[in-house]
Design a protein around this ligand. Structure first.
Ligand code: GAL
Length: 850
């Protein structure tokens, strides 16, 4: 017996050891260092492609799919900021649950086989409320944020160490076998540091502090040309090809390649053409770069009150390769995927040696990575904004369109030109669901109930102070709303203002929006903008004899996130507030009188956003176009599994909650001005954030993402707080669907990157190829809406035949594609005949999938 049990124990030990070994084999520690060319992982230099996904801007439910789509798109690394104010809303009280579950996010990225760049900051900018700083920092006596200031440094170190420890405890650093290969401290401090007298000391301290945390992986500082060794200074911008790090021992790295740009309420919506983005990427790798990150790869949504600015929209779509709703934005995603593959075909040569660049003529250059052992990769660039060119390189001739790069993995054959897109194009659309009387879509509202929000002071916790208070110091950002309330007696002032008629109320506010009520009636409103957060209004008011109530509601729309001393800019009605009499020009200044203040709304105090309480009424008729009102309804989830949006057309401005979760601030009445938009934007030439704009004259944001995981099949509760007045009967649902699939390939497109070969024989039998693939694995191509071989015109969704078109296009494409998930067709006259000799022809196709 004894023997047996010993044996059993022995077996157990063996099994245990085997198990332990097998786990260890999944988490071999990676040794991450760098040299002048690249990050070096386990002794090997790496060309890395990275993309930003901020975990709280989507839901844990969406994460695996976003990460998978990133991997398929050719990313090696996911970059995320860490959002201090989410994780420590109250000093010492941490939150890492749900969308804040950083450890889970990092683990998911690791499990997908990708690396992580963890940008701890802890100042992050990011169009995030207060740049990611918890508001309580502001109230620490003597604190000066982002400077050589003991109280600040103590807090910054504590939080940074907390995050590093958390990652270490979970073995998430590459040095421990985890996915994190890189960390960032601070963020673009170099852009604004000249305003801080102690900048140099602070940045040296930050560097030392970070290094002392001993993560075992390199640290970076972005936009910090004096980043002390061994910290790598990296570049952020629309282009970083001309960037050089501050030491010839550090690699050339690009932490933010802006794939588009953010949007702000009241502004048009920026987009960045993929040809230009691809050009920027190729130029960077051409000129010696080895790490490049898309900011953003998936932008997502600013749920709750997380958006900064002020005036940053709830959507943070960013025109990123994966759209706000998690769908691929095509051809952006697909073309960049091809660019990544093309770069990776050059990786070995790129890493083996330093680049050598020579001129190919005016605004053109060739870069060669060539080793004695016979490796050779080349990039040919033409940055002329107008002129296409034919260039000679190594005895061969190459066509080089303006503002493009040819990539040659063997120094001879072109695998990709950044301006020639082989990827499919998709038309993604919001399909509106009828708002009423339609049960089939499963998205109708069951009728509305409401609660009026009182004008002025209604809370026990209201307080009185002499003079006008700055808002952020007063509310500590617990709410967007602050009431300023005062009563004035007109009898006493009659000698000044007669009986009050002809009086003008003048208000100056630091921002961001305000509403003025006299005796309970809304008399005027004002709003700032992304460019100018301040508000001034002058409104004629009718005062009555006796007591008059003046109630001013001041609102923040996300706190400032950028700039020197951004944290001290302030908001709210700091005055003056005056009553100007037009009769004799006299003025009563109310600024230094006694005001009564209320932080937040009664509805917030009562927690109406959850939908509970018995205060909701539905009789008499629904009040519409009334300011300050809470609305509630229930609805069934839209059928199917497509992403869901609420269309807030008909509403003014406010906040919305679905099943108690805030889907953010809505503001469909805030429209972009009319000028400056172009449907098709010339990608040639330097991009800037106001170069390519959409939505002129339209609401900056009309549709608001409701994550599927927040919905149950039926009985969902929508609560709105409407500030200015609207009609909830006009609210409707939409789902985001892929409507059409298109592609357009010319006879002189390079072969698809997957078909690339340097074998002469194989190349002879291959040519440009048009490929289509339905977005979902269970779909097939059901119809060909358009096919033309010749000189087709227009864009996806509006293709039409040009002067020259082959009759065979439609039947050939139908035969090759219908009924399959994907299809490929050679683009050549051998397939379609030649409808016009001597002219370069293209094949354009639009298809749909079911
Ligand atoms: C950068 C900053 C990012 C983000 C970006 C604009 O300057 O580092 O956090 O704000 O600009 O989207």
């Amino acid at each position: 017996m004894i023997e047996e049990s010993k044996m059993g124990g022995g077996r157990f030990v063996v099994v245990f050891l085997l198990l332990a070994l097998s786990t260890v084999s999944f988490c071999f520690a990676d040794n991450v260092t760098y040299d002048h060319r690249a990050l070096v992982i386990n002794g090997k230099r790496r060309v890395l492609v990275s993309g930003s996904i901020h975990y709280p801007r989507s839901t844990p439910d969406m994460w695996p799919d976003l990460i998978q789509k990133s991997k398929q798109g050719g990313l090696d690394v996911i970059e995320t900021y860490v959002f201090w104010n989410l994780h420590e809303p109250v000093r010492g009280q941490y939150n890492f649950e749900g969308r804040n579950d950083l450890v889970k996010f990092v683990k998911l990225v690791g499990e997908a086989g990708l690396y992580v760049h963890l940008r701890i900051g802890p100042y992050v900018c990011a169009e995030w409320n207060y740049g990611g700083f918890p508001i309580w920092l502001h109230f620490i006596p003597g604190i000066v944020l982002r400077s050589d200031n003991e109280p600040f440094k103590a807090e910054m170190q504590r939080f940074t160490a907390k995050i590093v420890d958390m990652m270490k405890q979970e073995n998430l650093y590459a040095s421990q076998g985890g996915p994190i290969i890189l960390s960032q401290i601070e963020n673009e401090y170099g852009n604004i540091d000249s305003a801080y007298p102690s900048a140099k000391t602070y940045i040296n301290w930050a560097a030392k502090m970070a290094i002392s945390l001993d993560t075992g992986v390199p640290w970076v500082m972005c936009q910090q040309s004096d980043a002390p060794d061994p910290i790598i200074n990296t570049c952020n911008g629309f282009y970083c090809d001309q960037f050089t790090p501050n030491s010839n021992k550090k690699p050339k790295m690009w932490t933010e390649n802006w794939s588009g740009w953010f949007s702000a309420f009241g502004d048009a919506v920026p987009y960045r053409p993929v040809e230009d983005l691809a050009f920027a990427v190729a130029r960077f790798y051409q000129l010696g770069g080895t790490f490049q990150n898309y900011y953003m790869y998936h932008g997502g949504t600013n749920f709750g009150r997380t958006s900064g600015g002020p005036f940053i929209t709830t959507t943070y779509d960013y025109d990123a390769p994966i759209d706000e709703y998690g769908l691929l934005r095509q051809p952006k995603w697909g073309h960049l995927k091809d660019v990544h593959k093309a770069i990776k075909l050059c990786e070995e040569a790129m890493l083996a040696t330093d680049p050598k660049t020579t001129s190919l003529g005016s605004n053109m250059e060739a870069t060669v990575y060539k080793t004695e052992s016979g490796l050779c990769a080349a990039f040919l660039a033409n940055w002329d904004t107008k002129k296409d060119a034919n260039v000679n390189f190594n005895g061969n001739s190459y066509h080089l369109p303006a503002w493009s790069v040819n990539i040659l993995p063997d120094c001879k054959n072109v695998v990709l030109n950044t301006a020639k897109i082989n990827s499919v194009i998709t038309l993604s659309k919001f399909i509106s669901l009828p708002s009423k009387d339609d049960t089939s879509s499963g998205a109708s509202f069951s009728g509305w109930s409401w609660i009026n929000e009182p004008v002025g002071i209604s809370s026990q916790s209201a307080f009185t102070k002499t003079g006008l208070l700055e808002q952020i110091n007063t509310t500590a950002d617990k709410s967007d709303y602050l009431w300023y309330s005062i009563s004035i007696e007109m009898n006493q002032n009659e000698h000044l203002l007669k009986d009050g008629s002809g009086t003008v109320l003048h208000i100056d506010s630091l921002g961001h929006t305000l509403h003025a009520f006299i005796n309970g009636k809304l008399v005027g409103s004002g709003k700032g903008s992304n460019g100018n957060r301040k508000v001034s209004i002058e409104v004629p008011v009718n005062l009555i004899k006796g007591s008059n109530k003046i109630d001013l509601l001041s609102l923040t729309v996300g706190l400032q996130n950028y700039g020197a001393y951004f944290d001290t800019l302030g908001a709210g009605i700091t005055g003056p507030v005056q009553l100007k009499g037009s009769q004799n020009g006299s003025t009563i200044d109310l600024s230094s009188q006694k005001w009564t203040y209320q932080i937040g709304l009664r509805g917030e105090e009562l927690d109406l956003s959850s939908g509970s309480t018995s205060l909701w009424v539905s009789q008499p008729a629904l009040p519409t176009n009334q300011p300050l009102i809470w609305y509630k309804s229930t609805f069934d989830a839209p059928a199917g599994s497509s992403p869901v949006a609420i269309d807030f057309t008909g509403m003014g401005k406010g906040q919305a909650w679905v099943n108690g979760q805030s889907i953010g601030r809505y503001w469909p009445t805030n429209k972009a001005s009319n000028g400056g938009c172009a449907d098709s934007c010339n990608y040639r030439g330097s991009y800037s954030s106001n170069k390519c704009l959409r939505n002129c004259g339209k609401p900056t944001q009309q549709l608001y993402h409701v994550p599927r995981s927040w919905l149950q099949p039926s009985g969902n509760v929508l609560v709105l707080f409407e500030e200015t007045g609207g009609n909830p009967n006009q609210i409707s649902f939409a789902t985001r669907e892929v409507e059409s699939l298109c592609s357009r390939i010319s006879e002189n497109h390079p072969l698809p990157v997957d078909m690339w070969t340097s074998d002469e024989e194989a190349r002879k039998n291959a040519g440009p190829t048009l490929s289509l693939e339905c977005p979902h694995p269970d779909q097939v191509i059901s119809s060909i809406k358009f096919a033309s071989f010749g000189t087709p015109r227009g864009t996806c969704g509006s293709f039409n035949h040009g002067q020259c078109s082959s009759k065979q296009a439609l039947p050939v494409v139908q035969k090759a594609c219908i009924g399959s998930r994907s299809c490929s067709i050679g683009v050549s006259i051998s397939k379609f005949g030649d409808p016009c000799r001597g002219v370069t022809k293209s094949l354009a196709v639009e298809a749909s999938c079911v």
